[in-house]
Design a protein around this ligand. Structure first.
Ligand code: LMR
Length: 394
């Protein structure tokens, strides 16, 4: 049997993680996988997470199954965190999923079940695993223009021109904030135009929100998602707690749908739970319980928000430092976009060859599409990266 298997293409982000590990150089810089690192290069367990884990350890009396949807306090907490009342509660369905990726996978399966003929539109570029899962599920998909490699901003006219071709029932996947991989985001005014277009077309927006709190703040980063959710009849939201709670390996995500009315929301809830049952049965609980504990305890929540702000401001500081350094070295404002981008990533918009040159010459690991994880830097390494960028002729 096993001889019939074929080798699968390696994920470029995961491949890079491996290559970085096996590089013996001590001055190498890891700007690959989207994991937050503090200035010492450590991915810390957040204070509130530690405290919540202790509380759970002290009070939890059973590890029996929860429910197919997962812990209700977690779902309610996530609905509030992401949507904050933008949509009537009875129109919303939600389940716990194994990470944001689990939510995306379940969302695609739900789309396939409901409208197998639908095309899923993804931004060009997008997180590579979006495409990989769509291919794996054999779903129709196509790309819409998103990034302008000259300005390193959103090519909004190109995007709207492409989205003018969506058909009723098609699904348009949007990054709620902190676009991965580019770091370039729509303004709220542009979001309003997208909502109007999708509504006019009868298309369904699907929002991937994996970096809430990493861009402009917890509420600011959810504004676009809330605007979309409030502005359309139906919507799908895949949320992740991996980054903003720093609980990557706990696999904690949530899939939410917004239906036209309560009756359809019930149908959706049933399907979400059915999909959980088919794929893995009960969702993992530990991370979800940590999140629920934090969101429901004023002191823990305040501490979590404060630490998340520290993380966000550290990344913003690194962005400004890098943009300034490149301004100084090049005597141009060509790299000012780095300070304008938001979230963990910026795509500097260069060729895989130049990315490879920076790896070979300077030990800098960024994804071949020239995505760099800003959190992989610190005040000492920013000048080294700036020099490498200039040396490679980016
Ligand atoms: C990333 O984009 O680097 C993260 O979302 C991690 C991953 O699973 O790819």
């Amino acid at each position: 049997m096993l001889e019939h298997l074929t080798e699968q293409p390696a994920d470029k982000i995961l491949m890079l993680m491996q290559a970085y590990k096996s590089d013996p150089r001590t001055d190498k810089i890891d700007l690959g996988v989207g994991v937050y690192k503090d200035p010492k290069g450590v991915t810390p367990v957040m204070r509130a997470v530690k405290a919540a884990e202790q509380k759970i350890w002290e009070t939890q009396e059973s590890k029996s199954y929860t429910s197919l949807a997962g812990e209700p306090m977690y779902i309610e907490g996530m609905i509030k965190l992401v949507l904050n009342g933008a949509v009537a509660r009875e129109r919303i369905s939600g389940v716990t999923t194994p990470g944001g990726t689990g939510a995306i996978r379940q969302a695609f399966e739900l789309i396939k079940k409901a409208t197998p003929q639908a095309t899923v539109w993804v931004s060009n570029p997008t997180w590579p695993n979006h495409l990989s899962i769509l291919k794996y599920l054999d779903m129709r998909h196509t790309a819409y223009t998103y990034f302008d490699t000259a300005t390193r901003d959103v090519d909004f006219d190109g995007m709207m021109a492409d989205l003018a071709n969506v058909k009723a029932g098609d699904v348009v996947l949007l990054h709620g904030c902190c676009h991965n991989p580019t770091g370039a985001n729509l303004t709220l005014e542009q979001w309003k135009e997208v909502v109007a277009l999708l509504k006019a077309k009868g298309a369904v927006p699907m929002i991937d929100i994996a970096y809430q709190g990493f861009g402009d703040g917890l509420d600011a980063d959810a504004q676009a998602t809330r605007l979309v959710a409030a502005g359309v009849d139906e919507c799908i939201i895949a949320a992740s707690c991996s980054k903003n709670f720093g609980i990557y390996r706990e696999r904690t995500g949530a899939l939410m749908t917004i239906a036209r009315d309560e009756a359809q929301a019930k149908l959706a809830q049933g399907m979400l739970q059915f999909l959980n049952r088919q794929n893995f049965s009960f969702p993992p609980d530990h991370g979800a319980r940590i999140v629920a504990t934090i969101l429901n305890d004023d002191a823990l929540r305040a501490d979590w928000e404060a630490e998340l702000e520290e993380v966000r401001n550290t990344m913003l500081g690194l962005r400004t430092q890098l943009a300034n350094e490149l301004r100084r070295l090049t005597n141009t404002d060509r790299f000012d976009f780095i300070a304008k981008h938001r979230g963990m990533f910026s795509q500097i918009g260069t060729t895989p060859e130049k990315v490879e040159q920076m790896r070979a010459d300077s030990g800098i690991y960024m994804v071949s599409d020239s995505r760099m994880n800003i959190a992989g830097l610190n005040v000492e390494t920013v000048p080294l990266l700036a020099e490498a960028i200039v040396k490679a002729g980016v």
